[in-house]
Design a binder for this molecule. Structure first.
Ligand code: 6PG
Length: 241
């Protein structure tokens, strides 16, 4: 696996380095076109990253935000990935409302998924079978090596033709909407920000186990793609030789 990984003493240092990487990629993208696209993930890890991005000085009027996944809850719900980004990035950075393409978690799951796919198709002016090429996708990973809302054993992990879909997470008893592998693999750049000792075994498996996306979903767009960089703290990297 020719994927770059970098480790840092603590979560704040990892988030800072990840922020600098995202800024560099977006600035490079914007040197050649009017607009750039950044896909955000949810969970707790990216909060530090979002706060650093908010003060990065990026031209947010030229950057459109999308999500890797969303819980099927209203936008004001504490579980909403949009809400986390709204508080720590969108509001403080002044990202224009028209640049925010949230997944409408308040809708029925399938409706939310269709609405999101339509919004992505419209933004990128895609033909029916085309995948979006986001400039950069920021992803996290769970201790079970899930990424976005693609959990181990999920049949949608073998779908490379659909942009996004609704998925029921049995172990969480929760509906979500998630980008599917085709969208994740079509990204121009991917960054993973993963911290904490609880992720160490999954990190080692993603890097050292044979490719098996059903077992290790975070290997998607990581095992094969170029332009993937992992930002880890020492704890998450503790089992890497
Ligand atoms: C979500 C995320 C998910 C996240 C991992 C890690 O909606 O939960 O998109 O894929 O990246 O679950 O979450 P933590 O950062 O909270 O450990």
């Amino acid at each position: 696996m020719s994927v770059r990984w970098h480790k840092f003493p603590d979560p704040a240092a990892a988030a800072e380095a990840c922020c600098r990487h995202i800024v560099a990629i977006l600035e490079e993208a914007l040197s050649g076109k009017d607009l750039a696209t950044l896909v955000l993930s949810g969970g707790a890890t990216p909060k530090l990253l979002f706060r650093r991005l908010a003060t990065s000085g990026l031209p947010w009027k030229r950057i459109h935000l999308f999500w890797a996944d969303e819980r099927c809850v209203p936008p004001a719900d504490p579980q909403s990935n949009y809400r986390v980004a709204q508080e720590d990035l969108i509001a403080p950075a002044g990202v224009p409302h028209s640049n925010v393409h949230r997944i409408r978690g308040e809708l029925m799951p399938d409706h939310a998924a269709r609405n999101y796919v339509d919004e992505i198709r419209d933004f990128f002016d895609l033909q029916h079978d085309e995948m979006p090429h986001f400039d950069i996708v920021q992803r996290g990973m769970g201790a079970d090596a899930h990424t976005a809302s693609l959990f181990p054993g999920e049949p949608l992990l073998e779908n490379r033709d659909t942009i996004a879909a609704a998925v029921y997470i049995e172990k969480l008893k929760q509906w979500r909407v998630t980008l599917l592998p085709g969208s994740l693999m079509a990204a121009k750049h991917t960054v993973f920000l993963v911290t904490g000792a609880g992720k160490a075994e999954a990190v080692r498996n993603v890097f050292q186990a044979p490719y098996d996306a059903l077992e290790y979903p975070a290997q998607i767009a990581s095992h094969h793609s170029r332009r993937v960089a992992w930002f880890l703290d020492d704890a998450a990297a503790s089992l890497m030789d």
